[in-house]
Unconditional design. Structure first.
Length: 319
């Protein structure tokens, strides 16, 4: 119960700090947001938009008004000219689903590739395979996501025509087309993560393989594969799990550009468009949703800690 209460408090603190910081940053954007939203509106229409957005009030007052609306489910509205086009909530929850799908696919692909690579690189430490794996990891870490995205689109979509270059198909509409459209974005985001996860797991596995319980397992005649996958992987995966939880923020940041490049209607693309269109209320609401998702993911990571390491579960039980 205390862990849940602590996470609730953390969620509230993160939500307030992040969204207020975003509100402050938006104040430094040059120009008049109302003129950007409604460039051809009359003075009376602009005055109405200014009042609706609370731009005639101080930042603290405007922020408290937005926060009260957000907590009651009012995420604000999109404006196109002097008219309200659509409530932010209409697109935000659908965009959240698309972004979550992309992050889940990315994490699954990353773990499926990085775990075997990290284990085998640790088992074959200081060999040609280990050096080649480290070199490849450094190479992928040095390539920006957006550069890799354009390279993949050019070769796999435009030149060879193996995969679609952009767009999104819901899973319920056509599962095959859904995965075809999600492969390139997931690979683009996963490339750098694979390099990080592989190097982390390799380092932890090398240290674990020198422990006494591994030597005892070898003395009992247990096969190398069983030792690596059953005895060494579990204690070596805690650092990897921590980084996986923290990297949710990195994935979200990468998704802002990647979703734009691949035309995915996720939160990243919506946030990019809202910033460009100076939709202040939409930006704050979308950032708040992302912050909540980040805290919830790390709460799930804490639960996995207790599953992977009985010592943590025992310590919490005593506390």
């Amino acid at each position: 119960m205390r862990a849940i209460l602590r996470r609730v408090v953390q969620l509230v603190v993160v939500l307030v700090v992040v969204t207020f910081f975003v509100a402050v940053l938006l104040e430094f954007l040059p120009g008049d947001p109302v003129k950007t939203i409604a460039p051809f509106a009359s003075d009376q229409q602009r005055a109405a938009i200014t009042e609706e957005l609370g731009l005639d009030q101080s930042l603290p007052v405007r922020y408290v008004h937005w926060l009260g609306g957000f907590l009651t489910g009012d995420l604000g509205n999109y404006y196109r000219g002097p008219q309200v086009v659509d409530p932010v909530a209409n697109d935000a929850w659908g965009g959240l689903g698309v972004s979550l799908q992309l992050m889940i696919y990315t994490q699954i692909l990353t773990l499926v590739v990085a775990i075997p690579l990290g284990i085998f690189a640790a088992y074959r430490a200081a060999t040609v395979f280990d050096r080649a794996t480290n070199t490849g990891a450094f190479a992928f870490l040095s390539i920006p996501n957006f550069v890799l995205a354009f390279v993949l689109v050019y070769f796999l979509a435009v030149k060879w025509g193996w995969l679609p270059a952009s767009g999104y198909v819901p899973f319920g509409t056509d599962p095959a087309e859904h995965f075809k459209h999600m492969i390139l974005p997931a690979v683009t985001l996963a490339a750098g993560q694979i390099a990080v996860y592989t190097r982390l797991l390799r380092s932890d596995m090398i240290a674990t393989l020198q422990e006494d319980f591994i030597l005892m397992a070898k003395s009992k005649g247990i096969s190398n594969a069983r030792i690596l996958w059953r005895h060494a992987l579990r204690p070596s995966s805690l650092t990897l799990l921590t980084v996986a939880g923290l990297n949710v923020g990195t994935l979200i940041g990468g998704a802002v550009i990647i979703e734009r490049i691949y035309g995915l209607p996720g939160l990243g693309k919506q946030l990019f468009d809202a910033i460009g269109a100076r939709q202040y209320i939409a930006v704050q609401s979308l950032v708040a949703i992302i912050a909540i998702a980040y805290v919830l993911v790390n709460f799930f990571v804490d639960i996995l800690y207790t599953v992977l390491d009985p010592r943590i579960r025992h310590a919490r039980a005593l506390g």
